[in-house]
Design a protein around this ligand. Sequence first.
Ligand code: NAD
Ligand code: TYD
Length: 334
Amino acid sequence: MKLLVTGGAGFIGSNFVHHVLREHPEDEVVVLDLLTYAGNLENLKEAERNPRYRFVKGDIADSEVVDPLVAECDAVVHFAAESHVDRSIIEPAAFVRTNVIGTQVLLDAARNHRGKRFHHVSTDEVFGALGPNDAPFSEVTPYDPRSPYSASKAGSDHLVRAYFHTYGLPVTISNCSNNYGPYHFPEKLIPLSITNLLEGKNVPVYGDGKQVRDWLHVEDHCRAIDLVLRKGGIGETYCVGGNGERENIDIVRTLLDILGQSEDRIEYVKDRPGHDRRYAIDFSKIRNELGWEPSVTLDEGLRQTVEWFKAHEEWWKDVKSGTYREYYDRQYGE
Ligand code: NAD
Ligand code: TYD
């Protein structure tokens, strides 16, 4: 297959590109990415010399860029998005533009070139927030998004389903819980905590720190997407989770422990407005139908991730200081 991977220079997209090139020696990958603040060509450096890989800088909301790329590929795997809840609270418009309109432009291109598979990568945040004793989210949970980020992702999910029902586009959707692992942008809880601690800084914990997330190692997520793309039922949705429910404060304490640092580094700060209390996923459908389950435990995954960040100091220091943009400018002359 020849895959068009949108958002392939971001955290999960770049892990997916490496996964496909490694696991599917016949496949080709074209990455389409706008290289926003979250896109980083350093994430794709390992792939650069691979003749089965190509990078195109462009906007998923620009039909003139998107249309010929969709035409030359067999399938679209759609990661590109504005992905950070805190930014969505400050600037919702960018989220609607990329996540909703961008997805619609891609869907139209897939519709114009019949027979293209379309896999949409989405989030469990579309389902809203759970109370402590509520059953986890599953494929039948009603949508109830509560942040501009999750509302824009919900809008994109609805569009993907509408293109299946209205035009017969062969789509699949995965709604996954919080990921962590290599190339995770250090504005999110786990990489921010690790890199702050490595720099001798404090870790900001929002509110009481008792919010719960269901953490999944990014490589397990990539395996799930790959499986749904190749073996998933057309028109179907699959919930993907990590069996890794943990309070934020416990995550931070585990990282402090791994790094041998004291709890003095914890700094409770003002809470996020509308902060969702708990997310959790019931992934029975993908386990029963496709045989997928997480392979990395949270404790092991956190240990590996700390090691990765220790071994890739240049990567995260460049990201934090903004110099990773220079690499792009050197290569592409902007
Ligand atoms: P990210 O922010 O790390 O990467 C997003 C990528 O999309 C960046 O490379 C960026 O340059 C690119 N992009 C943004 N706007 C674009 C546009 N208009 N045109 C082309 N490219 C554009 O995000 P991520 O954490 O890797 O998430 C990838 C996808 O997975 C998103 O759709 C997100 O909603 C979903 N998801 C993320 C998580 C998570 O925990 N990070 C969990 C479940 C689902
Ligand atoms: P984040 O990594 O932003 O993912 P999401 O909001 O999509 O779940 O945040 C994970 C959790 O950690 C969330 O409950 C907010 C919290 N958090 C902090 O306590 N401190 C921080 O500095 C950040 C970025 C997040």
